[in-house]
Structures are given as C-alpha cells and as structure tokens.
Ligand binder design. Sequence first.
Ligand SMILES: [Zn+2]
Length: 59
Amino acid sequence: MAKVFRCRDFGGACNWKCHAETREEILRKIAKHGVIKHNMKDMSESMKARIIATIRDVK
Ligand SMILES: [Zn+2]
C-alpha cells in the first residue's frame, strides 16, 4: 500500500509531503528532506520510530 508523510503532521511548520510505495523508500525521502530542510544530521532510532508513527497509508 502506498504511503504518505506530511512534515506538518510531524510537528514542523513545513508544508512538505511525500509519497512512496514502501516504508523503506519513504524513510529514505524523509531522511533526505530532514537533512536539507531541517538540519537533521541523521535519523536516530527514536526519531525513526516517531516518523514511522506519522506515516499514513494512502487510501
Ligand atoms: Zn519539512
């Protein structure tokens, strides 16, 4: 099932969102966005868990 992630749902003042077919793919895109836009150095396990909780399935 396709996935969607909205940065705003994660608590940021950011309208970025992305879609991907798999969780691995969307996590890669989110990590890249985090580095570019939010100065995120790398994804810790707790950060990853929070991100995964924010990812939604596309109906
Ligand atoms: Zn963002």
